[in-house]
Design a protein around this ligand. Structure first.
Ligand code: SAM
Ligand code: 2KA
Ligand code: SF4
Ligand code: MG
Length: 212
């Protein structure tokens, strides 16, 4: 398996139930719901993406021909003084187009807790420690269980009650869509959460703090 990686960087998880936790981010190139080209955005299944996941030209990006090679590059970003709190976030693009059992084993062998950010269209392999699913209206939503459901909101065709009844996650979050209507999206998320307390507000704290 050759892994195509856009970028690798060390930061704090900005979103969801693990916000504030130091983690190495590995952003895989490519997605099944958008090409990543601006001219294709209006016709894409997922049209609100805030991320450049095209190519392998970002910080420490590249093609990795083995799981061990990629896991070593990820480990090299972690503070040498710590072996107890290693966490990696596999994201993208859509990471589950590339993440396999070999990579999971190679990261676990190096003491990492493995978090994944996925759009839920691909069944997750075994061994992921924290699976965050963020479904997209209009896409096939297959992976309906995990640690965290992080619904970017509003997405008009989604119904919160129906989602609650058809999923099994440990935590449920509403994350305001970052677009020109962000202020009203935040207000809508707060209102929805207060009406349906199963859902908590997830802010993209890395954007608020100006970290990566
Ligand atoms: C860039 S995606 C990559 C992982 C995967 N493809 C997915 O969609 O979950 C990482 C996270 O950012 C969220 N996201 C993307 N664009 C956003 C936006 N404009 N506003 C808020 N969250 C956004 C996604 O829903 C997902 O939870
Ligand atoms: N700090 C930080 N936290 C994040 N959580 C999810 C992200 C993503 O793009 O997948 C992300 C990101 O890009 N940066
Ligand atoms: S599914 Fe994720 S990576 Fe793909 S276009 Fe949507 S938000 Fe971006
Ligand atoms: Mg992001």
């Amino acid at each position: 398996m050759t892994y195509s990686v856009k970028e690798i960087f060390y930061t704090l998880q900005g979103e969801g139930g693990q916000a504030g936790t130091p983690a190495v981010f590995c952003r895989f190139a490519g997605c099944n719901l958008w090409t990543g080209r601006e001219q294709d955005r209006p016709s894409a299944i997922c049209q609100f993406c805030d991320t450049d996941f095209v190519g392998t030209d970002g910080t420490l990006g590249g093609k990795f021909t083995t799981a061990d090679e990629l896991a070593e590059r990820i480990l090299a970003q972690w503070p040498a003084s710590d072996s107890q709190h290693r966490m990696v976030v596999l994201t993208g693009g859509e990471p589950l187009l590339q993440v396999d059992e070999a990579l999971i084993a190679a990261l676990h062998a190096r003491g990492f807790r493995i978090s994944v950010e996925s759009n839920g269209t691909v069944a997750a392999p075994q061994g992921i420690d924290w699976l965050c699913i963020s479904p997209k209206a209009g896409a096939d939503w297959i992976q309906r269980s995990g640690q965290e459901l992080k619904l970017v909101w509003p997405q008009p065709t989604f119904d919160l009650e129906a989602i609650e009844a058809s999923t099994q996650f440990s935590h449920y979050f509403l994350q305001p869509m970052d677009n020109v209507q962000q202020a009203s999206n935040i207000a809508t998320c707060i209102e929805q959460s207060m009406q349906r307390p199963k859902w908590r507000l997830s802010l993209q704290t890395h954007k608020l703090t100006g970290i990566r």
